[in-house]
Design a protein around this ligand. Sequence first.
Ligand SMILES: Cc1cc2nc3c(=O)[nH]c(=O)nc-3n(C[C@H](O)[C@H](O)[C@H](O)COP(=O)(O)OP(=O)(O)OC[C@H]3O[C@@H](n4cnc5c(N)ncnc54)[C@H](O)[C@@H]3O)c2cc1C
Length: 527
Amino acid sequence: MPLQAARRRLRGALVAPGGRVPSIAIIGAGLSGLCMAMQLERAGHRDYVIYEKAEGLGGTWRDNTYPGAACDVPSHLYSFSFARKRDWTRKFAEQAEILAYAERCADTYGIRSHIRFSAEIATAAYDDDSGRWALTTTGGEAVQADVVVAGCGQLNRPHLPSIDGIDAFEGTAFHSARWDHSYRFDGKAVAVVGNGASAIQFVPWLAERARSLTVYQRSANYIIPKPDRPFRPFERALFTYAPAIERLYRWCIYWRLESRWVLFKRDGAIARWASRRFAAAVRADVVSEELAESAVVPDYQIGCKRILISNDYLACLRRPNVRAETSPIVGITGDAVVTADGRVDKVDAIVFATGFESTRFLAPIEVTGTGGRLLADAWAQGAEAHLGVAVPGFPNLFLLYGPNTNLGHNSILFMVERQVDYVLQCLTTLARRRVTAVEVRPEALAAFRRATDRSAQATAWAGTCTSWYKTASGRITNNWPRPTFAYWAATLRPRPSDFVEHRRRPADRQQSTEPAKTKVAVPAVSD
Ligand SMILES: Cc1cc2nc3c(=O)[nH]c(=O)nc-3n(C[C@H](O)[C@H](O)[C@H](O)COP(=O)(O)OP(=O)(O)OC[C@H]3O[C@@H](n4cnc5c(N)ncnc54)[C@H](O)[C@@H]3O)c2cc1C
């Protein structure tokens, strides 16, 4: 296994006696940041600090506590291959169980003492002379590190639409990722703006409580059944005590999801057939006098937007107290939502399920690279990074779940593990070759960009729909446009010719032989 080989190499390389041990600043204690830390711990490298802006770890699974929040990838695959949880309680774990898994990972690997909570990184600047990164927090604290690993997530900052009068609303309003659990929806008139992956999870819950519920949507989604159920006690016991069976089960999930890649081929025969079949089924079963075809039958090819999974959302739209509104919202008043067709719906509460600032990776951190170049300027035409990980002009900065590494059909954690392995191998180079920094070459990124853009144009995402996968100009900056095993192959080994090595100026070189300063005592690593 390449990961194990990298780890063996690291054990020898990162902690080589007398060698230089790079200090690492990890931004974010979501699953990406935790994965990085766990693998560092496994490699015996403990000179790292995780800066987390919130008061708890878990990222997505800490923030999204709305009713019904759950994974839409089967649980056994939505976990790290090297830190398996074999006793998942159901096929698609709910938010609380995934958050508990993240907490357990942090505890098992002794990571908690490395996390600085309520420490939001505001700036990160590379110093050409020392070859180190200087970071500041929003609280004004200044820290330094040799290496920065950014695990800020693609779906971390809630997006609110710019609607006239949005601030004038006098009722209760919040984003689904900031759910107000103190608010009682019983008997209330409620508006939900958006009908994406989050909305379809909590709308059925709301529909059972609200007096009236209107879902405002731009377009219909492809929604397929969710094969979810609790695991039976004997299944959990089997997975726990027969790890080979759990491994096989996980492997089958991976390949089943991976086979869905055929649906993402733009104008592909299978995709066209699946789109027609879905439309026919919905027309037959769901469309009615009260529920217009435009509300539930997508007018774009399957895969262009995220394919959603739910067993109760479409049925819930047929409830007498629920309405799907396709006319665009043109304004919000003190107590109502106004749509383009002139309708004024009085509501007590508005829940915005309007997604995240997905294409502004790393923002609002001000990142400055070599020669004082701003990352925001480098990314003026859209975020990009070699393999989603490394950016020319920003030595020793590595991104996890960066540009072009999101998926529409498989587990993000598969991708994150690959990136962490890739970063570990780059760190091995630092330690082995005693260089101060590695920086990806612009030519490597250019070649990656060409291949990625070409592949992306052949996917359903390049179709007519709007989605969070692309910038306003239509460039697909978020998704990996090939099967995930192609990403596995691409990240197997960093190609030395893709990188430039930086060496510290002679005056500073003496410092580099100093022993690493901060070593935090942590409990032994458990595999
Ligand atoms: C509702 C929802 C459901 C999802 N379901 C699935 C699913 O079923 N399957 C799947 O594969 N993926 C799913 N995802 C994607 C999910 O985001 C990833 O799977 C994964 O959790 C990403 O982890 P992360 O650590 O990269 O990012 P995040 O979980 O977003 O964590 C980023 C962390 O960085 C911190 N941070 C950000 N900026 C700073 C800063 N400047 N300073 C300090 N800290 C900072 C944040 O507070 C956060 O803790 C879902 C996402 C959402 C929003």
